[in-house]
Design a binder for this molecule. Structure first.
Ligand SMILES: NC(=O)c1ccc[n+]([C@@H]2O[C@H](COP(=O)([O-])OP(=O)(O)OC[C@H]3O[C@@H](n4cnc5c(N)ncnc54)[C@H](O)[C@@H]3O)[C@@H](O)[C@H]2O)c1
Length: 393
């Protein structure tokens, strides 16, 4: 909070200069003094929505934020939930907390759901030019929500209810989860057929209609794609419906880190070495390239698989200096030198950060498993025909 008020941005997509400009207007301040919520006409709630230990939605952050808002709620205020959650959250969980004040929805205060659609690190699409979906509890709620968001979003997409807006977000992320899992399954199939999956995806992507490119990899990660479909699955279990695509996508996703580790194991064994006791260098541990977020990152699963096979693991990630693996177990990013690379028994590219020198990584590694095809533009003489993942062995 103090950093923000001093012009230091902790959000990669917001520069210090942009933050300074907004602070200079005198109309933006970060604060933890929750009673000041009463000074605002519009309140947006965008708190985390993780999964509990039993893999169920944890909406406790939404509930506690709603409670804080209710303590300062006054007539005329608009509240917009932006956290991703299961359909029904705004009406069934947030509204009752706000109504406990005795104020009336659609008359005294207004409540909407408008999902956060930000894609961290995306240089082309930001909050202004990404169309924003919004649904209200009542027609007047939607009108109030539109009046606020139309001021800074180019294209607002109103839908008829908060449930519709909630399901839009879950559809978007389930679509990604299912398609990534599907292309990963094709990758597993291609491996058994000794066909290079990257070549197949590239060629299929030339079709100008009816195909959308998804690329295989170590599995999907982050705090949205693996998590959000589980919110839907939980909600539907309560309605006696099994979300089969969601289940299958999670199942396939969990296979990818194991598959990669098996690639490392078989490459070592073909040299007469074993995974047990081998030094493995992981390149990139964040859940996607050019960000430092490791939540639900597939790299964590790859590392756990390696450690459970008694391999020794080091990693390099310019965005992640420390990596907490479990309570009491953390690793630090090592500096990538030719020596460290050549001393590793195998190197695994899990996340393909743009700033890394893949030519050097390829040259200095003895075994290189590339889960992102980061080395595609380099000459990979030792890659065998049809092999998608082991680019040097
Ligand atoms: N980050 C993204 O790229 C992104 C994209 C789309 C959707 N979302 C969704 O947006 C929501 C927030 O995600 P995030 O990554 O910004 O989370 P985050 O972990 O960065 O937390 C967001 C903020 O909530 C604050 N917070 C936590 N608990 C609070 C509480 N009880 N009361 C008040 N404030 C509290 C935190 O201090 C933080 O500033 C999630 O539902 C996520 O699924 C995020």
């Amino acid at each position: 909070m103090n950093g923000i008020n001093e012009g230091q941005s902790h959000v990669i997509d917001v520069s210090d200069q942009e933050l300074d400009e907004v602070l200079d207007t005198g109309r933006f301040r970060a604060t933890c003094e929750m009673h000041r919520i009463s000074e605002c006409d519009a309140i947006s709630i965008c708190v985390p929505t993780p999964l509990s230990k039993s893999h169920e939605p944890d909406i406790s952050y939404i509930l506690s934020a709603s409670k804080m808002v209710s303590e300062s709620l006054r007539k005329g205020q608009l509240i917009v939930l932006e956290s991703t959650s299961y359909p029904g959250t705004t009406r069934e969980a947030v509204l009752p907390v706000l109504e406990q004040t005795g104020l009336e929805i659609g008359k005294d205060f207004f409540l909407c759901f408008s999902p956060e659609r930000v894609d961290p690190g995306n240089k082309n699409w930001d909050i202004k030019n990404t169309p924003k979906v919004i649904g209200g509890i009542t027609t007047d709620c939607l009108l109030a929500g539109r009046a606020v968001y139309e001021r800074f979003v180019d294209d607002l997409v109103p839908v008829s209810s908060t449930e519709a807006a909630e399901l839009v977000k879950i559809l978007e992320n389930t679509f990604r989860a299912v398609n990534i899992a599907m292309v990963n399954e094709i990758a597993l199939i291609a491996d058994r057929l000794a066909v290079d999956i990257w070549e197949v995806v590239d060629a299929a992507s030339t079709k100008p209609f009816g195909f959308m490119r998804f690329t295989p990899g170590p599995g999907f990660g982050g705090h949205c794609i693996p998590v959000d479909p589980q919110y839907l699955a939980w909600k539907m279990r309560g309605l006696n419906y099994r979300t089969r695509f969601v289940e299958l996508a999670s199942e396939l996703n969990a296979e990818m880190p194991k598959f990669l580790v098996e690639k490392v194991r078989s490459s070592l064994e073909s040299r007469g070495e074993t995974l047990e006791g081998a030094n493995i260098m992981i390149i990139g541990v964040s859940y996607k390239k050019d960000v430092g977020d490791v939540r639900e990152s597939p790299a964590l699963h790859v590392i756990h698989e390696l450690l459970s096979s008694d391999a020794k693991v080091e990693y390099h990630d310019p965005y992640v200096p420390e990596l907490q693996l479990s309570e009491g177990l953390s690793l630090s990013s090592v500096t990538l030198t030719d020596e460290i690379l050549s001393q590793s028994d195998a190197v695994v590219i899990v996340t393909d950060h743009s700033s890394l020198d893949y030519s050097r990584i390829l040259d200095s590694s003895s075994i290189l498993v590339d889960a992102r095809n980061a080395t595609r533009f380099l000459s990979r003489d030792s890659k065998s025909l049809g092999e998608s993942w082991v680019v040097k062995s």
